[in-house]
Ligand binder design. Structure first.
Ligand SMILES: Cc1cc2nc3c(=O)[nH]c(=O)nc-3n(C[C@H](O)[C@H](O)[C@H](O)COP(=O)(O)OP(=O)(O)OC[C@H]3O[C@@H](n4cnc5c(N)ncnc54)[C@H](O)[C@@H]3O)c2cc1C
Length: 475
């Protein structure tokens, strides 16, 4: 008896794009293998709440294989994708020393983007970004650790340095994080220390651009700026970071002609806790695919300039979706990834039904559902397109915050997570307390310790070292 092999779909990534793709294929006559370097699906928009002690990591990052447990046509495989061979139609992934080669008929690449330091990768040691659970937990450790250190140091200048927080990048993530650090100090930590007043800390939001929230326009940017300033956040615009070190950051002010205090020379901000939320760089898998295609290119951020049907040239069943794709007027937001994944899986389903003609596909159309950013509790700014016009409705305040709250609950994965998040928000925003204030030394030191080891001994050094210690101990 011969068994006919089903159509094999490989999905890379378990973020918004990857998970949506897998779920959309639930009733399709295919075998799906979802490969990701993380065991979880991460709801990145709420990472800043993990970093500031509001939510736990579990609430925003459910385990992918549990989310997909009942979808029998999906196999979830943990591993770092290191190779994609468009000719052989295989994906090579690695988990520790185990290499796995997975063949595919259709490939959906949703590997997202990483933090970009614009060529200054050494900044990352002192100013972690906020892209992963590890990042958010490390930041929580650094933020709360800075208050603890300030309580015990006796030198005045060092105490001030410990109580200065700098967030680089005034996009939505920077705005949300700066607002939350200020609220954490003002509401949650106030009165809990004896040598310092946490509410006297300095929170600086800094950007090389001349405005806060540039993609949301001048009006909403100014609104957010005023509200942050009311919370005590210092906004420094036209300020370019030229160096980051253990003690602080060096900044060059750009508009020397407009402001006599800003003469274009460099200045220092001594600060212990720095956060980088200034730029993104697409996964290197984008370049790997583009190089093997029949002429697709990548843009400056490393995103693949895809065809109108989200494929790469010469490979009608290799789709790139989400933050890794470059499509005009589609922002690097969750909706871009979700809609891109739905579009790609529709094509695969049509192909299975014999209804797909790659040369005559309807191009991908993005439905802009708007954008929003929270500034503080009960306060957000929102921009929603008005149907059938090119205009956008812009508003701020409690109504925008309520809209933000409802939308985020809708898109969180899992009923239990929605319920616990709602209860947590209720407690946090109405009261002063935050439930996730625990920090460990692992959160603060593990990344830098692992990086130091890896830079000396190679990428698997940390794993090998841990294995060796265990073996030696048991011998
Ligand atoms: C802090 C923050 C706040 C945000 N806030 C908002 C918001 O409020 N609203 C909004 O719409 N958008 C927001 N975004 C953007 C949104 O999260 C992204 O646009 C969205 O996650 C993109 O989805 P994706 O599937 O393309 O990539 P991701 O969600 O980033 O997923 C990428 C996946 O690929 C995996 N991966 C990467 N490389 C490899 C590899 N080599 N091997 C195996 N697996 C790999 C990763 O583990 C991950 O699972 C925010 C982003 C951040 C970082």
């Amino acid at each position: 008896m011969t068994t006919v092999k089903r159509h094999q779909v490989v999905i890379i990534g378990s973020g918004f794009g990857g998970l949506k793709a897998a779920r959309s294929l639930k009733h399709a006559d295919v075998d799906v293998t979802l490969i990701s370097r993380t065991t979880t699906h991460l709801f990145q928009p709420l990472l800043y709440q993990v970093a500031t002690g509001i939510l736990s990591e579990g609430e925003i990052a459910p385990t992918t294989r549990l989310v997909l447990r009942d979808q029998k046509n999906v196999r979830v495989r943990l591993g770092e994708v290191e190779g994609i061979d468009l000719q052989a139609k295989t994906v090579t992934s690695r988990l520790m020393s185990q290499e796995t080669v997975t063949p595919y008929d259709s490939l959906i690449v949703a590997a997202g983007a990483q933090q970009s330091y614009f060529g200054n990768d050494h900044f990352a040691t002192f100013a972690p970004g906020m892209k992963t659970i590890d990042d958010a937990l490390e930041l929580r450790g650094r933020i709360l650790g800075a208050f603890e250190a300030a309580e015990v140091v006796t030198d005045h200048a060092e105490r001030e340095r410990r109580l200065t927080f700098v967030v680089v990048g005034a996009g939505p993530t920077g705005v949300e994080l700066a607002g939350q650090i200020a609220e954490l100090a003002e509401r949650t930590l106030a009165g809990a220390f004896r040598s310092i007043r946490p509410e006297d800390c300095r929170v600086i939001l800094l950007d090389a651009a001349p405005a806060v929230l540039p993609p949301m326009g001048r009006k909403l940017g100014l609104k957010a700026q005023k509200r942050l300033e009311r919370l005590g956040v210092e906004i420094q615009l036209n300020a370019m970071v030229t160096n980051v070190d253990y003690m602080g950051i060096t900044v060059k002010d750009k508009d020397k002609d407009k402001d006599k205090d800003k003469d274009g020379s460099e200045r220092r901000i001594e600060c212990a806790c720095k956060v980088w939320s200034a730029g993104v760089q697409a996964s290197p898998l984008g370049e790997l695919i583009a190089e093997q295609s029949d002429g697709s290119q990548i843009d400056r951020a490393g995103r693949v300039i895809v065809e109108p049907d989200l494929t790469v040239k010469g490979h009608p069943y290799v789709f790139v979706v989400g933050d890794l794709m470059a499509v005009p007027d589609v922002p690097g937001m969750a909706q871009g990834a979700i809609q891109g994944a739905a579009y790609a899986t529709d094509i695969i389903k049509r192909a299975l039904a014999g209804q797909d003609d790659p040369a005559n596909r309807e191009p991908f159309k993005y439905w802009d559902k708007g954008s929003m950013a929270t500034v503080s509790r009960f306060d957000a700014v929102a921009q929603v397109p008005i149907p059938k016009t090119s205009k956008k409705l812009e508003f701020g305040g409690p109504l925008a915050w309520l809209a933000w709250l409802v939308l985020h609950l809708v898109y969180l994965v899992g009923y239990k997570n929605r319920l616990t998040t709602l209860v947590t928000w209720f407690i946090t925003f109405l009261g002063r307390g935050r439930g996730q204030m625990a920090i460990t030394s692992q959160m603060i030191y593990a990344r830098t310790a692992m990086q130091a080891l890896q830079s000396r001994q190679g990428p698997l050094a940390a794993v090998e070292a841990a294995d060796k210690i265990e073996k030696d101990e048991s011998a």
